[in-house]
Design a protein around this ligand. Structure first.
Ligand SMILES: C[S@@+](CC[C@H](N)C(=O)[O-])C[C@H]1O[C@@H](n2cnc3c(N)ncnc32)[C@H](O)[C@@H]1O
Length: 273
């Protein structure tokens, strides 16, 4: 497990990420002292569909003010900030990658929100039993080799009335996936599973399926929009800040695999009862 973790952390870690992002934000002519969520949206949602995908997922969860929400694998905190901002919920984000947690804390402070971020693993969640109303997992499952442990950890920390909302890239049919992709440079840390595996493991720990949605067309539209923006060279910010120099080939590899129906981004929302 430790071995996978260190490979995953080194895949995502960027030295001095926070300073790098702040410099890019400054170059864009935005003021760090009056930063808004809108200023961050082109790069702080590290998943297909960006902010729209986050809103599409969280708007189905009936989140109420002061509910406790845990975002597992929160990255630099984009989705956690949206949940806190839109619903006034008490949000916690955990992530394996320390550099992301440090960045999440600072960006959240800069936009004036209050969220608890902590380094931690989905496979050993550092909290007590039965404390979260909602748990979200957005584009993280592809890095999780032991999904049975993931589901049992989520079932442990979630309340009896809780919902577990997943938006992951899942396997649709057999075939060779080309690397690199945004979550892995090669097959060693890529664990893309079928929705059937998610359903089976969820059932084993007492979850029932509430909703499921395949987001293939939404994803293809998103890639089309990204390409248009790149062609017009409109955006100097954007996810390439997190993904790095090979962002184009990574995006092409997943877009092609989605087109060929090898994989698809899928939302599944589970309920405890
Ligand atoms: C593709 S990024 C998605 C980040 C964020 N959910 C978002 O959508 O912006 C995947 C994230 O999962 C984190 N991650 C991978 N395996 C993890 C694990 N076992 N526990 C916690 N975080 C993990 C990585 O560090 C990375 O930040």
């Amino acid at each position: 497990m430790q071995n996978f973790n260190s490979l995953i952390i080194s895949h995502y870690s960027k030295k001095n990420l926070l300073n790098y992002l702040i410099n890019r934000i400054n170059e864009e002519g935005l003021s760090i002292d009056s930063l808004t969520l809108d200023d961050l949206k082109s790069f702080d949602e590290f998943h297909i569909g960006g902010l729209q995908a986050t809103l599409d997922l969280i708007n189905q969860l009936n989140i109420k003010p002061n509910m406790s929400v845990l975002d597992i694998g929160c990255g630099i905190g984009g989705s956690a900030r949206q949940i806190a901002f839109n619903y006034n919920a008490k949000v916690t984000g955990i992530d394996l990658t320390e550099e992301f947690i440090k960045t999440a804390i600072k960006l959240t402070e800069l936009v004036g929100l209050n969220i608890r971020f902590q380094k931690g693993s989905a496979l050993d969640i550092p909290y007590d039993n039965n404390i979260f109303d909602i748990v979200t997992l957005i584009h993280v499952g592809m890095n999780i080799y032991n999904k049975r442990l993931l589901f049992s950890e989520v079932a442990r920390v979630i309340k009896k009335t809780g919902k577990f909302a997943i938006y992951d890239i899942m396997r649709i049919k057999k075939g060779i996936l080309k690397y690199p992709v945004p979550w892995a440079s090669n097959h060693k840390t890529s664990f893309v599973d079928s929705p059937e595996i998610y359903f089976k493991l969820a059932k084993e720990v007492g979850f029932i399926t509430y909703k499921k949605r395949i987001r293939k067309n939404f994803a293809l539209e998103y890639f089309k929009k990204l390409k248009n923006e790149q062609n017009l060279q409109r955006k100097r910010l954007g996810l390439k800040l997190l993904i790095g120099a090979d962002s184009k080939i990574k995006a092409e590899n997943i877009e092609n695999a989605i087109r060929e129906n090898l994989i698809a981004p899928i939302e599944i929302i589970f309920k405890k009862k």
